[in-house]
Design a protein around this ligand. Sequence first.
Ligand code: FES
Ligand SMILES: [Fe+2]
Length: 342
Amino acid sequence: MFLRDHWYVAALSREITVVPLSRQILGEHVALFRTEAGVPVALADRCPHRGYPLSLGMVVGEQLVCGYHGFTFDCSGTCVAVPAQDRIPGRANVRAFHVVEQGPFVWIWMGRSEADLSALPDTPWLSDVERWSAVSGVAAINASFELLVDNLLDLSHETFLHRGSIGTPEVATTPIEVEVADEAKVVRVYRPMNAVECPPFYARTTGLEGKVDRWQDIEYTPPGYYLLHARIAPVGEPPRPDGTDDHAYHMKILYGLTPSSEGKVLDFWALSRDFCVGDAEIDRFLENMQVGVVQEDVDALNILQLRSDELMEMGEVSVKIDRGGLAARRMLSAMGEAAMSH
Ligand code: FES
Ligand SMILES: [Fe+2]
């Protein structure tokens, strides 16, 4: 069962063009395209005439023309033209989904009720190109949404799974603090690593050397929005009482977790930094690094999914590093129960 009344990332902004894209989201096929005026649109990917995927059709102006017999739809999914007749059957409309474009992402509301714009994740740094630079991407994983939640909520795996890239010993050896805001529906996991070795990718991009303070603060808003705040600063330079933190280097790593179908999940990401802003070479370096890191997660989760039957039978052994993941599981199952009783 999927949690429908929430915002999910549907696509990277750059993926949506006048050539329609087919994507399965929460088990539904959705046709995503941009009109010639540049407006992103999401329609149910099934023509009401004979069921041909609308994503195989063609954008003409502000409309989408079915690629089979030419039924034509406007951005609200209303059928506006049928070949060889003037009368348009009342049932020929398709569902339109509410989408919002923000920075590198297009978010979609899959709920049956009206889209709740107040619940849309607020990501101002993704549009603030003066102060932040971002690289983004997406990976399709043949594993359940829940396995991706587990993965992201426990970053101690960086030390082992990502040992060749971002992992350093201290990620796994530093205890975490977990905070659960049940009302606000947020799970926070803090990992302050003080006076630790500067990982090579930070040394390369910040120019810092030797020991640094490195903090990783996770903020997970189930189901689909995860934000990792990373802060790195010379040893012993915490944020000042006046709230300024300019001597530190910051990254915000946003993950959009979008269930595709049962046992499949889309892993969208945007890695933003407030240093080397506008540096295209650093963009490429961080993009390559992140693509490699995400692939390591994809490979691990694909294997876990193949073994998932066995896992269910044998159970798990949870320890302290799992507290964030367990809190997220509890919150998700409470949300699932609440949605069911509606
Ligand atoms: S299936 Fe779309 S017009 Fe016939
Ligand atoms: Fe990972």
